[in-house]
Structures are given as C-alpha cells and as structure tokens.
Design a protein around this ligand. Structure first.
Ligand SMILES: [Zn+2]
Length: 371
C-alpha cells in the first residue's frame, strides 16, 4: 500500500468512527483505531476542510486540556427518497442523520406512462430546488416500489400491486438526472427502521399497508434470499383454505392484515377507522379490529418463533398502533410458549415515509462505507 492509499484508508476509517460514535474525541479515535495521534490530527484537518466534520464543544477535563468534541456534519450530504405506491407519490430529502429535511406526499395513482414520469420528475425538482441549496451535495435518488427487484436494483422481477414494465429503470432514466436505483418498499422501510433504532441487533420489520410485506434486518444488512423474494410475510398462510388473497392463494396474512381489511369499513379511509375506534362508538368496528389483531398475533408469534428477535409493526397500520400495543402484546404472548414479556414487539419510528427514507438511506450508507 502506498502512502496515498494509506491516507485514503485512514480518512474513511476515522470518519466512520466519528459517524458511529456521533460525538467523540481524537483520543477515543486513537483508542478505537490504533492510528497514531499525528495521523489522526492530519486526517481530522482534511475532514474539516472537506466540510465533513466539525468541533461542537469540549468534554469535561480529566486533567490537562479539555478534549474537543468532534462530530460529523449532518448536512454535508443529502439523499432523496421517492416512494411510489398504487395511489400516492411521496418524496423525502434526508441528511446524513436520516432527518427528513423536506417532504411531499400527493395523491397520484401510478401509471407506467411518460405523463406520470414527467410529474414525478417535476415534483422531485421542485423539492430539490426548495430544500437543497448546493445540488452537488446530492448523493443519489432511491426509488421504493411494491415490487421484487433483482440484485442490480434495476430489474423488476415481480409486480402485482402496481403495473410496471420490466424495463422501467431505462424508461425512468431520462427523468431522474442523478444516480438512482430501485428498492422493494418493505425492505427500504426495514432499513430505515433498523438504522434509526441505532441497534445492530437483528430485527423483523412487518409492513402493514395496503399490501403486507416485510424485511429481515441485521444491522444495515437486508436478508434478501436466494431469489430476492425473502420476507414476503404477506403470503404466509395463517388460515388454511381461508380468504382468497390477491396472489391467487387462500388464507394468506395479506387477506387478513392488510390496511384494507380495516379501511374498507370506513370508505377506504384508515385514519377514519382509527378515529371511530378511539371514539368507542361502533361495536362493529371494535370486533373487526379485534379479529384483525388476533390474526396479526398469529403472524407475529410465528415470526418470533422463526427469528427470535424484535418484531417492528410498521406500514400504515403500524403508525396507528401506539394506543393498542399493550393489548396486542398480550394477544401475541398468549400464543408464545416461552416468554412473558412482549417488549420485543415494537411500533415503527417513522409514522410515514419509512420506505422513502430507507431508499434514500441506501445512498447515505454507500457514501459512508466508501469514503
Ligand atoms: Zn397471498
């Protein structure tokens, strides 16, 4: 390795330690990395000159000079996430901390057409013009969709929730003049949830939106399976010979626990369903929700038995679960032969836009890892 390469390696390694620790000192960096203090000092100068780190105060002195608190600059780079669903288009701009800097969500039924791509492009440019002062700080655009995507993150291998052509990546290219890739929506949401939890522990993310999906996270790693079809939790059979699922089979979790199983009773409005539920005025809706939770408990218990890790309830229904989590934990624990504490069942952090944030987070991760 020549000295230029060594410098590059230290530059990235030191930045990654600062990113991981959020607040640190040059002494801590030396302890963690084994890099000499003079080399750390010169790389800290380079990272500061590049606008990637800054000093945010000083630690209490343990004798001698107070050590500086070194932190990374969250708005040194940005990434854009776009979530395409059957009926909505969402866009978020995030910083290196995965904070949402700007966002937009609109009713826009998906069409695999030039007209739709033009609107997507226009809205994207508007958001960037509004919130991104320096366009050179944009790392890339992550596009999340309810589809199976091959490992190239460009080729669609399966789509039923939205109708997309297999070559949608090529067709979108003229409309997105930045690096961009396509991601499965539930996998993206899982990445966002796992990242923001700050834990490197494995986690199952269960997405309860108009279709049911999920992600199997191990820190920032998504387990995708041999055919990129892993974690299709929506098509686990929970009722043999049960309700017909859109996939053609019967008794799938999706047919019992998609958001539609609730919102269909309030004219497609999920917020209205939970509003009525909270008002306690409609016994019928309470029974429907109870039935929903019973089926969901079966699925969550199965996932706990398989994976033995935290299960995060996400998607549109997950974002309304705060008032019902204790009730739900009790239901799930009744099926669990081993445990008495239901804290492993958690509610999602991102009430909305987890998929868009996760798709954008891919570029944040890529930036940090490749520095
Ligand atoms: Zn199914």
């Amino acid at each position: 390795m020549n000295s230029e390469q060594a410098k590059t390696k230290f530059f990235g390694n030191i930045y990654r330690i600062i990113y991981q620790d959020k607040h640190t000192s040059r002494q801590n960096i030396a302890k963690k990395s084994g890099i000499s203090l003079p080399t750390i000092a010169s790389n800290l100068n380079r990272l500061t000159d590049a606008g990637l780190i800054h000093t945010v105060g000083s630690f209490q002195s343990t004798g001698g000079r107070k050590p500086n608190i070194i932190s990374y600059v969250p708005d040194a780079r940005f990434a854009l996430g776009i979530d395409i669903t059957k009926n909505h288009l969402s866009e978020v701009l995030i910083d290196l901390d995965l904070n949402i800097i700007g966002s937009k969500r609109m009713y826009l039924p998906f069409e695999d057409s030039e007209a739709y791509f033009q609107i997507l492009s226009f809205e994207m440019q508007q958001l960037l013009n509004q919130y991104l002062i320096d366009p050179s700080k944009l790392l890339g655009v992550g596009l999340s969709m309810p589809v199976h995507v091959m490992r190239d993150q460009k080729t669609i291998s399966y789509a039923t929730v939205v109708n997309v052509s297999a070559n949608i990546y090529e067709r979108l290219t003229p409309y997105i003049p930045y690096p961009f890739l396509i991601f499965n929506d539930a996998n993206s949401a899982g990445l966002a949830e796992s990242w923001i939890s700050g834990s490197e522990q494995p986690m199952i993310y269960l997405s309860l939106s108009n279709s049911v999906g999920g992600a199997n996270m191990n820190g920032k790693e998504i387990y995708k399976g041999v055919n990129c079809r892993a974690t299709e939790f929506g098509h686990m059979c929970i009722v043999p010979h049960g309700r017909k699922c859109y996939c053609g089979q019967h008794g799938c979790l999706d047919a019992y626990c998609s958001a539609k199983q609730l919102s269909d009773f309030t004219n497609g409005n999920l917020a209205e369903f939970f509003h009525c539920l909270k008002e306690n005025s409609n016994v019928g809706l309470q029974r429907i929700f109870d039935d929903y939770l019973n089926h969901l408990a079966l699925a969550v218990n199965n996932l706990r038995m398989c994976y033995d890790c935290d299960i995060v309830l996400g998607g549109n229904v997950g974002s309304y679960m705060a008032d019902y989590i204790e009730l739900f934990r009790e239901k799930a624990l009744r099926l669990n032969p081993f445990e008495k504490n239901g804290d492993f069942i958690r509610i999602c952090h991102y009430r909305t836009e987890a998929s868009a944030v996760g798709a954008a987070a891919y570029y944040v991760n890529e930036f940090i890892q490749n520095l």
